[in-house]
Design a protein around this ligand. Sequence first.
Ligand code: 5GP
Length: 253
Amino acid sequence: MARRKKVYEGKAKILYEGPEPGTLVQYFKDDATAFNAQKKDVIDGKGVLNNRLSEFFMNGLTQIGVPNHFIKRLNMREQLIRSVEIIPLEVIVRNIAAGTISQRLGITEGTPLPRPIIEFCLKDDSLGDPLVSEEHIIAFGWASQQDLDDMVALALRVNDFLSGCMLAVGIKLVDFKIEIGRIWDNDFQRLIVADEISPDSCRLWDIETGEKLDKDVFRRDLGNLNDAYTEVARRLGVLPSNVTHATKPTLIN
Ligand code: 5GP
């Protein structure tokens, strides 16, 4: 493979320079991290599943007119994306209480929220991605009021789309995180959905059994992460034909 320039390496993905200006190649690693990388593992095939799942969700968003960075999938682990200037905020949408909102506010996990609640966290691993208010965001210049309005609108559209996709296959979308980036068309700035949408950044519970089908399986040691992600991919009809699973090939005598 030709040598490529690495632009950025994160915990779960690597970005390389793309073939055209304004493009990048996003590579999905098998690395799983949690609790600000205090818990780490390599889960064979996770990157392949997340590449497929993110492709599926981003393509669906494109079909309903929600702008996003996805251009095309290149191979099992890589996709071509538009290069954006990432806004340094994690945008979290919650439909059901779980995780940090339950800990912070003492709401029992599984309690439906009165309406989707949007939270912003500053993307800063050294600070543990702290929750920030709109006041902080504007005062410190991480985004403008117009950006915030656009981010909320995008996040709610993604929530409606993802909730519907999941409901159709018997899964509750409890919450998720997205990242949003800026692009310029000449002098006109637009915000688009970036990064990835996958079970790494969502909470997904089976409607019937409550079984967790997301990264909490890894965070909370609840079983095999690949089995959970494979089940999501299978239900959505996006299972790649040749993912390497935990199951190894067997010798035929
Ligand atoms: P919580 O704040 O409850 O930990 O997370 C809320 C939602 O956002 C969960 O679906 C979680 O997976 C996602 N999330 C929050 N922070 C991160 C992060 O740094 N990386 C990823 N991949 N997902 C995150």
